[in-house]
Design a protein around this ligand. Structure first.
Ligand code: NAP
Ligand code: ZN
Ligand code: ZN
Length: 354
């Protein structure tokens, strides 16, 4: 299927209009007209090859919301017109222990990322997948999610990555009432971490480097703000947290954050998909604390998260853009200048690429 999108062809090039082929639908496939796609910081790390694994041309985008335009004969759960989403995964082996448990993100044989993943299904001239900065996508129904119709589709798009990446560790580590929970870094992921931790009943502290974001704390669901650059405040908050969710997008010294935890509690790293610059053993050993990591979420839990958002009326705080402004949006995201997620309105794509 002829598809139009935006791609970059080197770490230093801008994203530009790009024509490519999607596979024609197989019996298990759902074809989706993409309405909106969020801009995740991972799109930027990947477009600029900051993790060293990008293949070009590269079409980013894994926070996809759209309407089903066609379905294959064997598709049972979706029909044309349904509001659906696609997140970071479009395929996995489906038979390893992780896949059987619905934890496809930890597939022992390697999941297929929505972009830049090895395309094991094929049917296109390219060996790897292209993401959601495009007008349509073909996806196996197992990897398609249902978006509650009461949610604004643009503001729901970032739930597909920022939402599930923060919801999953909060659930796994059983965050709830009576706990003091800190969310570190108020970007796309962090602002959803604050909303979810609040909805789960925790006492939430927004831990930020940006004093001006404190003004939004209450609106987002935070009970307190802790400025991580204020050494006196950080000192006073030591040994007081039951859980920390760390979304800082680059390697950093984790010691000042680990010191915030009580005995026997955990900080989960979701942001730094690279080396941490400093991790001292003392904060772990002396208070039996843990440092852990977490990757997005599997398909069943992503659907659970979307349904939770439908019930609690939770969406993302977004700034909608036309696709020709995507390069400016990348620079602004890197500067932390977005409240709190850019979402591309894909209706702007057609005339641009024509
Ligand atoms: P984002 O929107 O850019 O937000 C990151 C926030 O971190 C910034 O707004 C800023 O918040 C804070 N920050 C930035 N640089 C910092 C620094 N040097 N030191 C301290 N704080 C800093 O990014 P995002 O889309 O939320 O993504 C966050 C990270 O998670 C990215 O690296 C992304 O690749 C990764 N990610 C991981 C997964 C996963 O499955 N584990 C999934 C999606 C994304 P303040 O202004 O509040 O300090
Ligand atoms: Zn993402
Ligand atoms: Zn598997």
């Amino acid at each position: 299927m002829k598809t139009i999108g935006y791609a970059t062809d080197s770490p230093t090039s801008a994203l530009e209009p790009f024509n490519f082929e999607r596979r024609d639908p197989r019996p298990e496939d759902v074809v989706i007209d993409i309405l909106y796609c969020g801009i995740c910081h991972s799109d930027i790390h990947s477009a600029r090859n900051e993790w060293g694994w990008t293949q070009y041309p590269f079409v980013p985008g894994h926070e996809i919301v759209g309407r089903v335009s066609a379905v294959g004969d064997k598709v049972g759960q979706f029909k044309p017109g349904d509001l659906v989403g696609v997140g970071c995964l479009v395929d996995s082996c489906r038979h390893c222990e992780s896949c059987e448990e619905g934890l496809e993100q930890y597939c022992e044989n390697g999941f297929t990322g929505t972009y830049g993943g090895e395309d094991k299904i094929g049917g296109t001239p390219h060996p790897f997948t292209f993401g959601g900065y495009s007008n349509q996508i073909t996806v196996d129904e197992r990897f398609v999610l249902r978006i509650p119709e009461n949610l604004d589709p643009a503001a729901a798009a970032p739930l597909l990555c920022a939402g599930i990446t923060t919801y999953s560790p909060l659930r796994h580590w059983k965050v709830g009432p009576g706990q003091k929970v800190g969310v570190i870094g108020l970007g796309g992921l962090g602002h959803m971490g604050v909303k979810f931790a609040h909805a789960m009943g925790a006492h939430v502290v927004m831990i930020t480097t940006s004093p001006e974001k404190g003004a939004d704390a209450q609106k987002l669901g935070a009970d307190e703000v802790l400025l991580s650059t204020d050494e006196v405040a950080m000192q006073a908050a030591q040994n007081s947290f039951d859980f920390l969710l760390n979304t800082i997008p680059v390697g950093h010294n984790v010691d000042p954050y680990m010191a915030l935890l009580k005995r026997d509690t955990t900080m989960v790293i979701v942001g730094a998909v690279e080396a941490l610059t400093r991790v001292d053993g003392i904060p772990f050993i002396f208070r039996r604390r843990s440092l852990a990591g977490s990757l997005i979420g599997g398909l069943p839990e992503t659907q659970e998260m979307l349904d939770f958002c439908g019930e609690h009326d939770i969406t993302c705080d977004i700034e909608t853009i036309v696709i020709k402004d995507v390069n400016t949006a990348y620079d602004r995201t890197v500067k932390g200048d977005v409240k709190y997620r850019f979402v591309i309105d894909m209706a702007s794509l057609q005339p641009e690429a024509a």
